[in-house]
Design a protein around this ligand. Structure first.
Ligand code: UN1
Length: 492
């Protein structure tokens, strides 16, 4: 078991007089994977000060050279990928296959932003003024706070860190208390790659104490957050008051829309992968299947067979398809929503219970669950559950499928299953979601492709891809009058 400390100014610093929080394996609660400090606001301030001291030199480091650090990190992550994946499974619970996928994605992200160091392009724009050279440059913002969730404890910190530092910012990362070791390994790797002290700082602790201290420190010039709407909207309003940049990626209630001409087998696999992969603990999880009546019975039948065959267990076991909920609170939330669905009159097709036999009694396991006959006014059709629960809504036709799909406060991902390209494009045009998949699952994303949602899912600019550069930089416009004649011309 590793005792983690805060990583500040390139060193592991033991905080004074704080308590440590256990990092428990959700598949086997007897195992304490690590412990991490519940830091105070004063310690958060030390981390910000380190980021502030490191900023001028890092800002002055040429961007291609900043990218070189990321190439070293990429190579180091490749060497340590199996260890990273195993730690991820032990502390978060997802299967080893899912963890390996997450690590590969994080490596791809680092590779992509390493290259962006050579591509921090601006524009030249013809001015109305004579003899003027007008151009734009992308500059860093300053020290930033990155606040990340437990469900992608390697990939999400990396996909905020990598663009942030490629663009010349320095950072303080506050990872989720439930998955501290993944962040610790990220700090190890940056330090093995000779990252300058203070470029990346990791502060452990509770959001209320540490997160607030970070956001209210005057040296922090921006925050990138992934997590709940409850916290994200608070961060957004604090950022507004403090006048700093803010990017929040929050909840989802993602639909898969299945029309009557869909390839049902494909749609079923997609629903299974989207709803039960990562135990439903991803913001892109498929939580509503909106199915046209004429194929609904057939879809449910196929789905039920597939779901009943899923093996729930410890993610380290290669036979496991679905790991545990991350902790007792999350498990209780899922079981509570299953109760709510039953009370609301939805029809429980399969699942619904905690698994507590000998093989499962040491973990937070819940049966993969399907509800049929769900309607849009039910809470299980509206609220993010973040567990292995899929609600099936039956609709008469494509037009009512669209209405149902959009009848939620969120707008992250949506999937459409049809073989008719014209129907697909009509839905693509009208669906309120930041990411739309035609004939592929709602989950996933790629390093070089923007990621994020509409409506209450997101505020601020998109993450990943070149879009992330827009969040992690300031844009400066320069007018250079090379004869001085512009002053005499007609200015508006
Ligand atoms: C994915 O679906 O692979 O917190 C990415 C989340 C998202 C990332 C999901 N920000 O689940």
């Amino acid at each position: 078991m590793r005792t983690l400390n805060n990583f500040i100014d390139g060193q592991w610093r033991e905080p004074s007089g704080t308590t440590y929080l256990p990092d428990i394996n959700p598949a086997d609660t007897k195992e304490v994977v690590a412990e991490s400090p519940s830091s105070t606001a004063a310690e958060a301030t030390l981390a910000v000060e380190a980021a502030e001291r490191a900023y001028p030199d890092w800002r002055a480091t040429p961007a291609p050279q900043r990218g070189q650090l990321l190439y070293r990190v990429q190579r180091r992550m490749e060497v340590r990928r199996h260890e990273l994946a195993e730690v991820l499974t032990r502390e978060e619970g997802k299967t080893l296959t899912e963890s390996n996928g997450e690590i590969q994605r994080a490596i791809n992200v680092v590779e992509f932003y390493a290259g962006e160091g050579r591509r921090l392009l601006g524009e030249t724009i013809p001015s109305e003024l004579p003899n003027n050279f007008c151009y734009t440059v992308r500059e860093p913002i300053g020290p930033l706070a990155l606040i990340t969730p437990w469900n992608f404890p390697v990939a999400i910190p990396i996909w905020k860190l990598a663009p942030a530092i490629a663009c010349g910012n320095t950072v303080v990362l506050k990872p989720a208390s439930l998955t501290p070791l993944s962040a610790g390994l990220i700090a190890d790797i940056f330090s093995e790659c000779d990252a300058p002290p203070g470029l990346i700082n990791v502060i452990y602790g509770r959001g209320r104490e540490v997160g607030e201290a970070l956001l209210n420190h005057p040296a922090i010039k921006g925050v990138s957050f992934t997590g709940s709407n409850e916290i994200g909207t608070k961060l957004y309003s604090t950022s507004a008051v403090n006048g700093i940049k803010c990017q929040c990626e929050m909840g989802g209630k993602n639909p898969i829309v299945i029309l009557d001409d869909a390839d049902l087998e494909l749609a079923t696999s997609s629903a299974v992968q989207g709803a039960y992969g990562s135990t439903g603990q991803r913001c892109t999880a498929t939580s509503r299947a909106i199915v046209v009546d004429s194929v609904a019975d057939h879809f449910i039948e196929q789905l039920e067979a597939r779901v009943n065959a899923l093996v729930v267990g410890n993610g380290l076991d290669p036979m496991t398809d679905v790991g545990p909920s991350v902790d007792q609170t999350q498990l209780d939330t899922v079981l509570n929503y299953i109760g709510i669905g039953q009370d609301e009159g939805a029809k429980l097709i399969t699942g619904g219970l905690r698994l507590a036999d000998d093989a499962h009694d040491c973990g937070y396991f819940v049966q993969p669950t399907i509800f049929d006959r769900v309607t849009s006014n039910m809470r299980i059709a509206q609220e993010e559950i973040f567990g292995p629960v899929l609600s099936v809504l039956r609709v008469p036709d494509a037009a009512s499928a669209l209405v149902a799909a959009n009848a939620v406060r969120y707008g992250l991902a949506a999937a459409i299953y049809t073989q008719d390209v014209s129907r697909a494009f009509k839905l693509v045009d009208q669906l309120e979601a930041g990411i739309i998949h035609v004939n592929s699952p709602t989950v996933g994303g790629e390093a070089h492709i923007p990621f994020g949602g509409m409506k209450e899912t997101g505020v601020g600019l998109r993450e990943m891809g070149r879009e992330a550069i827009n969040f992690f930089t300031e844009l400066k416009v320069v007018y250079l009058d090379y004869t001085g004649s512009a002053r005499k011309s007609n200015l508006y």
